[in-house]
Design a protein around this ligand. Structure first.
Ligand SMILES: [Fe+2]
Length: 306
């Protein structure tokens, strides 16, 4: 079955573009790209023209996930397969493709209203404009693994799982069930795309009402020191933590979670594993973290309390 290659970009609807730019550039280490004043800001993580696109919106939530293909032939075969399966996929107007910096774009809306967007040949920044972070010691781990991951909190876990597997063609990496805070049990399914980042999407079932579509997004650094350096920048700037430094036993990510200006969290990590389907065993984990990741109490920091 033709499946997506990797999660290549994220589109976030944010109410505070200026606050987001400071957070993304000065604290997290991304680089500002194309800007439409008052409307949108592209954020770079590598040689791509944009990896995270911020669009002015009162939603403060995930709007779209961009899925990359290696060639036009693969993209066309995927779209044809999705159409045959009965899912509604349509070609986007050239204006939207241009905003996404891709030559052509297909879209399909998931049961929670997130637009899944399919493309190939995304624009790179001009050769004279290499990626530069103001603060990173290393670089972001992107390339064939894509932008990072997001953790969805869908209205229906069953429908979300079916969409990820049947439409996107993602495969299960593993499952985890554990306490994220005393008495607060989460169940999460982790799903990977073809190039093998441990998860491009995870689907979380949470035992409390959650107002957003996304719990957090992840960016990964190649130098583990950048996790500590970013943690220190967050602390110095007084940005609320969502979860302290810790380590996940399934994807081996060493990370912390900080609250973004939109209320959902950003996980800043290092060391995530890459799945090789020919040898991978799907496992069930009884804990989300083997150490750390202490959650800040709901109320004091409400990114986990929606
Ligand atoms: Fe994560």
């Amino acid at each position: 079955m033709t499946s997506v290659s990797n999660l290549g970009y994220l589109v976030l609807g944010v109410s505070d573009l200026d606050g987001w730019e400071k957070f993304a550039v000065d604290i997290i280490g991304l680089q500002s790209g194309r800007r439409v004043t008052g409307e949108s800001l592209a954020l770079r993580m590598d040689d791509y023209a944009q990896r995270i696109l911020l669009e002015k919106s009162p939603e403060d939530d995930l709007l779209a996930a961009g899925w990359e293909f290696d060639s036009d032939e693969e993209l066309d075969a995927f779209v044809e397969r999705v159409r045959q399966s009965g899912a509604a996929v349509s070609q986007a107007e050239p204006e939207l493709a241009s905003r996404r910096c891709v030559p052509r774009l297909f879209t399909c809306i998931d049961p929670d209203g997130v637009s899944h967007e399919f493309y190939t040949r995304a624009a790179r920044a001009a050769g004279t404009d290499p990626f530069r972070s103001k603060v990173l010691r290393g670089r972001f781990n992107t390339g064939r693994l894509g932008v990072g991951h997001y953790v969805a909190v869908p209205k229906s876990v069953e429908l979300a799982n079916a969409f990820c597997k049947d439409v996107l063609g993602l495969k299960v990496s593993d499952h985890a069930r554990g306490e994220m805070a005393p008495g607060v049990v989460l169940e999460i399914a982790f799903l990977h795309a073809r190039t093998g980042r441990h998860h491009s999407v995870a689907i979380a079932k949470v035992p409390f009402p959650f107002k957003k579509r996304v719990h957090h997004i992840l960016v990964e650094a190649t130098d583990f020191n950048d996790v500590g350096l970013a943690y220190d920048r967050c602390a110095k700037a007084g940005i609320p933590m969502a979860m302290e430094l810790g380590h996940h036993p399934n994807d081996q990510m060493f990370s912390f979670y900080v609250q973004t200006p939109s209320g959902f969290a950003l996980e800043f990590g290092h060391g995530g594993v890459v799945v090789d389907d020919s040898t991978w065993d799907v496992r069930q984990y009884a804990e989300l973290s083997d150490w750390g990741h202490r959650a800040h109490p709901p109320g004091k920091n409400d990114s986990n309390a929606h």
